[in-house]
Write a protein that binds this ligand. Structure first.
Ligand code: COA
Length: 85
């Protein structure tokens, strides 16, 4: 997970992932609890993150740990094309 984006307004979580063989043991919940603790300590009032709408399982995970879908439109402007992997 990357946890590097509290800009004084929102704390952004990027790239949370647990290895498939270690999933469903509470690891991601613990990581997010620690991230929340650190953000609260820093005075952050809200955590934001983005999940692709097709990633239904991850959306279910975040709902399970207390996140709600915000009534916002996420907008972006790509400045470079995706590199082939
Ligand atoms: C999403 C992910 C991080 C969850 O990690 P995890 O360590 O397995 O999650 P936890 O074990 O901490 O689960 C916490 C809770 O969420 C639930 N949960 C986890 N994965 C779930 C799923 N796919 N569907 C529904 N609920 C789920 C668990 O049952 C648990 O609930 P409970 O404590 O009430 O029983 C992991 O599945 C993952 O790495 N996915 C692929 C990477 C990815 O797409 N990341 C998001 C990028 S935006």
């Amino acid at each position: 997970m990357r946890f590097d984006a509290y800009e004084g307004h929102r704390g952004w979580i990027n790239y949370l992932a647990v290895a498939p063989e270690c999933q469903r043991r509470g690891i991601a919940r613990q990581i997010m609890e620690e991230a929340e603790r650190l953000l609260r300590q820093a005075g952050c009032p809200k955590i934001n993150l983005q999940v692709r709408t097709a990633n239904a399982q991850v959306i279910e995970f975040y709902k399970r740990i207390g996140f709600k879908i915000d009534d916002v439109v996420s907008m972006g402007k790509r400045l470079e094309t995706d590199k082939p992997s």
